[in-house]
Design a protein around this ligand. Sequence first.
Ligand SMILES: [Zn+2]
Length: 118
Amino acid sequence: MNKKELFERFTYLEKQFGELYQQFGELKTNLVQIIEENHHLSVENHHLRKRLDSETIKEEKQNPDNSLQSKSQVVGEGYDNLARIYEEGFHICNTYFGSPRAEEDCLFCIDFLNKNQK
Ligand SMILES: [Zn+2]
């Protein structure tokens, strides 16, 4: 390898490094966005759960006789939501929860749905 070739290789590698560095920067920005979004969703989820709990308690105080019925209704709705999420193409099983599902059925998800069916 002569000096000119060596120099050209260095220049090429330098360019590659620059592009890689830029891609790392972009990935890092995406990662930060995802972490922030995840944090916001966790906070929102926490608030919604608290609100659901207090609404449920309020409802039970108003209708003590219906408390058992309304609880089984909530369970039923939870099941419907999970079934819908699954139909929309996402995993609801513990193993892959929330990740996009391939076309074929997931045995873990089916098992989970069957266990939670009323
Ligand atoms: Zn699954």
